[in-house]
Design a protein around this ligand. Sequence first.
Ligand SMILES: Cc1ncc(COP(=O)(O)O)c(C=O)c1O
Length: 400
Amino acid sequence: MAFIANVLSRVKPSATIAATQKARDLKAQGREVISLSVGEPDFDTPDNIKQAAIEAIKRGETKYPPVLGIPPLREAIAAKFKRENGLDYKFSDTIVGTGGKQILYNAFLVTMNEGDEVIIPAPYWVSYPEMVLINHGEPVIVPTTIDEGFKLQPDDLERAITPRTKWVVINSPSNPSGAAYTCDELKSLTDVLMRHPHVWVLTDDMYEHLVYGDFVFATPAQIEPGLKARTLTMNGVSKAYAMTGWRIGYAAGPAELIKAMDMVQGQQTSGACTIAQWASVEALNGPQDFIPVRRKAFEERRDLVISMLGQAQHLKCPKPEGAFYVYPSCAAAIGRRTPSGKAIETDEDFATELLEQEGVAVVHGGAFGQGPNFRVSYATSLKQLEDACKKIQRFTAELQ
Ligand SMILES: Cc1ncc(COP(=O)(O)O)c(C=O)c1O
């Protein structure tokens, strides 16, 4: 009898963590490496948020929290959904988790039965299919195209729905493509979902605040109120407030679902870190003025990367609306060789050789279910980005 559970044979480790580790290993060997593989802002958590955590510790807010979250945070979450998304969620509809990741995981855990299907548009965030697999479900991957901006098309959604479909995952802006749905695009998807009342919507709005130009963020329950009773609207403080290490995510949804997630969380973590929750109260209720400043910095970086990768040979780089990623196609590089004779047969070869030869770490598209592409994270300084893009240009120019 195997000691490790059979279900784990269905799951693979995170490719983004592996890529980051590979870059770290090379650095440890003394190589100069520019990492464009990270999935977190390079900015620090704002001081007022840190201070709120320090004050919470001093006040002795160091005990177990209520499983669903401390009341001031759940109130702040309900107020945030009202203020920013026009969504009327009650206090009792909200849940705080240990990162958005735990919210997603537990939503699958409490709803999936063997063989249930989850529609996941590709390219997707690495964890969705694995979470579904661990929870005995079947990911149904729906490819998108670069020409349609990596966005799920209503007809493709319609075709993917079966009687076993439990959830569709919508992640806008997207990790890894940066693609974000306009209100009209979302409406065309929610129209399909209105015809299939057994399908629930899991919307991952983690990158809500990172949209550029005059793009307007929207979330499915706001676009189609008729879907609210079967939508889990997930969000978190990790990306917008540069709080990845505090591990606070949250969601709001129908009572039956929140109750089940409450039960599981009570047996699992007893709730998210109390101190981090107090910091998150300040994040959501405190000054928001640093958000547009950081957004501007990200937008400048995106524009630099798009422009420089646009000039690189054999790459096609669409301009996404949000997040801090771009997802260029390296299809025209496949079948070529590096000057040292290494064949580029896959996007993984492309990423490996780019790291070996130029010391630039990116994550290959295979990890996100659609390629040949690679993900560039521009959550680093303009100087680093410029250096890295020059190296990418040189690397692609030398492919024969
Ligand atoms: C699309 C997406 N959803 C969820 C998460 C997880 O967020 P958290 O750090 O709050 O667990 C990430 C983190 O990389 C992400 O990119």
